[in-house]
Design a protein around this ligand. Sequence first.
Ligand SMILES: [Zn+2]
Ligand SMILES: [Zn+2]
Length: 333
Amino acid sequence: MKAVVVPGKQKGYKIEEVPDPIPGKDEVVIRVNRAALCYRDLLQLQGFYPRMKYPVILGHEVVGTIEQIGENVKGFKEGDKVISLLYAPDGTCHYCQIGEEAYCHSRLGYSEELDGFFAEKAKIKVTSLVKVGTNVPDEGAVLVPCITGMVYRSLRRAKLQKGETVLVTGASGGVGIHAIQVAKALGAKVIGVTTSEEKAAFIRKLADHVIVGSKFSEEAKKISDVNVVIDTVGTPTIDESLKSLWMGGRLIQIGNVDPTQIYQLRLGYIILKDIEVIGHASATKRDAEETLKLTGEGKINPVIAAVVELNEIDKGYEILKDKHKIGKVLVKP
Ligand SMILES: [Zn+2]
Ligand SMILES: [Zn+2]
């Protein structure tokens, strides 16, 4: 089959023929319906992910249809549409037992220790699989593990209440444009922040308010007490994000931030305002299932910038880096 393979650390990627995967006892092989490009891929190619095996197939976001099943796999059959979590939990440790498998002691990552999904077929461990209903389109399902389900879990961790106000930075990005919708689906009032006047019109269709500019805290405070900030940008926005929050506020820091950037936090500020800082990265099966349900109900609609084929992956990354695009770039093998 055709696959996008990373041959070694900081060695780029190649599109090449590799053997078709064969499922082990606790694994399935899927035909990839859609995969998705992510800024994390670029960090991986720069060598920031120390656990990567080489060579490894790139890509960690996928929806597909089961073609082959290992002998110990229960609860899934050929023809089922599934997504994979970003990682494979062992299913046995304390955290797996209590449904917090994101914290599994021996989790393995796809496109890290395990081959990823930029290929015609992919091998997935049963502990990572989540079934997708026929009412959920591929474009909505593929966004769940790394975006919509991840954001859903972050709002669950932030104990978002209906009627609270959520501010989203980087509101036109692949994460931001969907974070707005997840927060709305959970009953929040949403303020989207962007630096681009050009993109504001699109964001206005989804958010209750849009602020254009990099100094947004004063304007945000005039709109409402901000209870939760989903900061998808990082060091350029964290200061304004913290200033936007009313007392008891929660700052959710997500996204593929530059790993070399440092921010100096004034502790008195978060202490006196009772602010909680939540670093956040992944989703569990429960989060994925609940987000798939919201997607199937039409409360979260995928915003897709482009769909490329495997041999157009270069073009895909060009679009990913294009400041004018809105939404996610998908791969259709
Ligand atoms: Zn991702
Ligand atoms: Zn575990």
